[in-house]
Every structure is written in C-alpha cells, then in structure tokens.
Write a protein that binds this ligand. Structure first.
Ligand SMILES: CC(C)(COP(=O)(O)OP(=O)(O)OC[C@H]1O[C@@H](n2cnc3c(N)ncnc32)[C@H](O)[C@@H]1OP(=O)(O)O)[C@@H](O)C(=O)NCCC(=O)NCCS
Length: 420
C-alpha cells in the first residue's frame, strides 16, 4: 500500500526538475529514430518502410510492371472481370468456373441496401462531396450488418462480400439523390460493372461501355500498400471491425494526392479547355512550380504507370465511340499535356502520367459527373483494401510507428492565472 505516496513524491520531484530547466531528450532516449552518429533518421512519408510480407501485389515502378497475385495487369485487363479479379485478390488463385459463378451470385444477391440506407442517402445534404457521403453510408451499413459487432478474421470475408456488393448501389443512389432523382434498384441479371452503370442512368450499357467500366474497376482494384490500404490496415491492426477499417480507407482515398486525383485531372483538362492552350498552361503553371499536374507523379512509379497506358487506350476508344467533339477536344488536351509531361518531367524527374490521368476521360465520355470519379475508384479498391486487411490480420501485429521528438521535456506547468 505504499504506492500512492511514492507516486506523489515522483510527481513533486517532476515539478521540481521542471522548474530547474527544460531539457530535450538525448539521442539514446529515442534510439529507434537516430543513426549511429546520433542524427535523426526520419523516413518522411514512410517511403522506405517495408512493414510486412505480402502475396497480394507487386509493383515494379522502374519497368512499368504491376501484378496482382502474380498475374500481369495487362492480362487481367484483357481477359478478367472485376468479379474474377476480386476473387483472385481475396483467395490468391483464379476461380474455377463454378467458384466464379458462386462468387458472382453472392455479389449479385447482396446488392440491395436496406431502406434505412436509402433514407440516410436522402437526408445527406446535396452539396456534400460524394466521398464524404459514401463514408457516412458505408459506416451505417456496418450498423445494420447481420454480423455487426463481430471482430476478427472470421467475419471479414462475408462482410467484404456484402459491402463490395452494396457500394455501387450506394454510390449510384447518392449520385442520383444529388440531382434530386429517385434511386434505381439494383438488378441481379447484370454484371457488377453493367449493374452500376444501369443504377446510375437507368439504362443498361452496351458492351463497349460495360467493358470499359469493368476494365477500369480491374485497374483500380488493388495497388499494394498505398495510403488508403495503409489506413485500412492500421485500423484493422487494432482488431477493430471490418467496416471501421474500410471507412478509414474511404477517408484516405478522398484526398487529391490519392484517389481524388482523377477528379482533379479532369478539372485540369477542362480548365485548359483547348489543345492550343496546353503549352502556355504548362509553362505558366507547372514549369513555374505554381501547380502540380494532377494525374502525374507517383511514389512508386518512376516511369509510365502501366494502368495509365491501358486507360489511355480506353480513353481513345471512348472518344471514337462517343463521337462527341467536346470529348475529342479534351482527349487532345490530355494528349498534348502528356507529351509535355513525358518530355520534360518523366525521364528527367520521374514524374510521369499515372492511373488517374486518363480514367476521367473514359468516365466523362460515359456522361458520369466528375465528382463521382473517386467514388468509382472506391467501388473498385474495396477489393484491395479487403485483401490487405485479411492478409494482415491473419498474422496481426498492431501498427504503431514512432516519431522523433524534438520538443522540450520537463517544462514548468504555469497556472493559468500566471500566463498573462
Ligand atoms: C502522387 C504524389 C503525391 C507522390 O508524392 P511524393 O512521392 O511524396 O513526391 P513529392 O511530393 O515528394 O514530390 C517530389 C518532387 O516532384 C514534384 N512533383 C511530384 N508530383 C508532381 C506533379 N504531379 N506535378 C509537378 N511536380 C510534381 C514535387 O513538386 C517535388 O519537387 P521538388 O523535389 O522540387 O520539391 C505526387 O506525385 C503528386 O502530388 N501527384 C499529383 C497527384 C496525383 O496524381 N496523385 C495520384 C497518385 S496515383
């Protein structure tokens, strides 16, 4: 029973020391953050932090290569679908015909959202950014999930199926509510991509647009330990619930340095307006350092992002299929700007066009409002977030990095009356 007195003594001695003189921690008090010379060893942006082993995704940023579970992104874009790619990411292997059929049925059968979610969507102010609204509704879906309150790995797969199936319904209903329109209920006879486009517009897309959306979902499905995957896994590593983890991912994806870049890239093309304005815009804004080119630069790719190459082909085909001169003009703006980026920023500084550069043109040609581009990214990326979450939590260790403290210690606590 002697401890309260001891604690008081140490509190008092702390006060006395503080009054004597504030100090700074010595390097050996934070060894994990200093090098052998005692200098801070900071990995700003966690660029070189290799936080775990993984079998999900490999990016070779110097040779324009990307693999999901060992399969090249080119093969997946050519031959796979979002449903199959999601199965691959979650199970580590391509499904057999019957496995794919069962998995697709699970997604189709879970597309509908409860009436409470439709009511919530209607209640969200129309000027709310769709990503912020999506975060709210995704969180609500966790409150009505049949396995709500269950933590840990066992409940993750069924929850991942339910939320992956429902996110397109939420995004489409939010997009329509924003325009004062009633939601369109999901159909179970359409693919994930076609059903999403159907719920947005009320029309079943033709094969080209269905495939363009499907490929875009495949390209956006996964990308190793990016900021949103990291946010998802950080929450999951506390053994929190699946929905809390995914909501963290949605929050991280919203920012313009991450998923929000596809919207910003499109706005930038519209701001430039005409192909003849590109050179002067680039000179005045980018070469002077006033603006970053949105849809260019990447932490990992120091050369062309292979996904951008595929999106570029779809953007080109979208212009041909849509036959809209305005879209053709925007395509030419993007093409000229890309020439400048590749010539003046890519080889010399490793700032090349990335996945978010061309995707917006495809969506624009589909008639999708710009503020829906990042939500589409989220619809796709839930596959990758869930894969990383399940992989990490299966061999879990709480994520808890350190900071180098450069402030003072033992500062005297001055009562508020004496602070001036
Ligand atoms: C993606 C991104 C956040 C990566 O950031 P990062 O690895 O931390 O790189 P930094 O922000 O440290 O940039 C390094 C240098 O390249 C420059 N740079 C990076 N991206 C640039 C861009 N898109 N346009 C112009 N310059 C850029 C920075 O100004 C910086 O220059 P400096 O060394 O002279 O200060 C960054 O490239 C960016 O902001 N891109 C635009 C947004 C975007 O498209 N995001 C989607 C990514 S898929």
């Amino acid at each position: 029973m002697g401890w309260p007195g001891a604690a008081l003594n140490s509190l008092n001695s702390g006060r006395a020391a503080a009054r004597a003189m504030p100090t700074k921690p010595t390097p050996d008090m934070q060894k994990w953050c200093v090098d052998e010379k005692g200098q801070p060893r900071i990995d700003k942006g966690a660029e070189n932090l290799c936080m775990d082993e993984s079998e999900i995704c490999f990016i070779d940023g110097f040779h324009s290569k990307l693999y999901y579970r060992g399969y090249s992104i080119e093969d997946l874009a050519n031959y796979s679908t979002y449903e199959e790619t999601t199965y691959l990411l979650w199970h580590g292997k391509l499904p057999t015909r019957s496995e794919l059929s069962a998995f697709s049925d699970q997604l189709r059968n879970n597309r509908e959202i409860p009436q409470g979610a439709y009511d919530l969507i209607r209640a969200i102010p129309r000027d709310t950014h769709p990503m912020e609204a999506l975060r709210t509704v995704a969180s609500y879906l966790g409150n009505v999930d049949p396995e709500k309150g269950k933590l840990g790995l066992d409940s993750m797969m069924p929850k991942a199926i339910r939320l992956t199936a429902k996110l397109p319904t939420v995004v489409a209903a939010l997009a329509r509510a924003r325009e004062g329109k009633e939601p369109i209920r999901p159909r179970s006879d359409l693919s994930h991509a076609a059903n999403f486009l159907y719920m947005l517009s009320g029309e079943v897309p033709d094969k080209f647009w269905e495939r363009a959306m499907d490929v875009s979902l495949v390209l956006y499905a996964e990308h190793e330990m990016n900021a949103s995957a990291f946010a998802t896994v950080v929450v999951g590593s506390t053994l929190s619930d699946y929905y809390s983890s995914i909501v963290a991912g949605i929050g991280a994806l919203r920012g313009p340095l991450h998923g929000g870049a596809n919207e910003e890239a499109m706005k930038q093309f519209l701001e430039i307006g005409k192909p003849e304005n590109v050179d002067s815009w680039f000179k005045e804004n980018v070469l002077t350092g006033k603006k970053r080119v949105m849809g260019a630069g990447h932490r990992v790719y120091k050369t062309y992002d292979p996904r951008a190459k595929i999106f570029r082909e779809y953007a080109k085909k979208s212009v041909e299929v849509s036959r809209d001169p305005k879209i053709a003009d925007i395509y030419r703006v993007a093409e000229r700007l890309e020439d400048l980026i590749m010539g003046q920023l890519c080889e010399s500084r490793g700032i090349c066009t990335n996945v978010d550069y061309w995707s917006g043109i495809v969506y624009y040609a589909m008639g999708i409002p710009i503020e829906q581009y990042t939500p589409i990214f989220a619809i796709a990326r839930i596959a990758g977030w869930s894969a990383h979450l399940m992989e990490y939590v299966a061999r879990n260790r709480i994520l808890r990095p350190r900071l180098y403290y450069k402030g003072l210690l033992d500062v005297e606590y001055v009562p508020i009356e004496r602070r001036g």
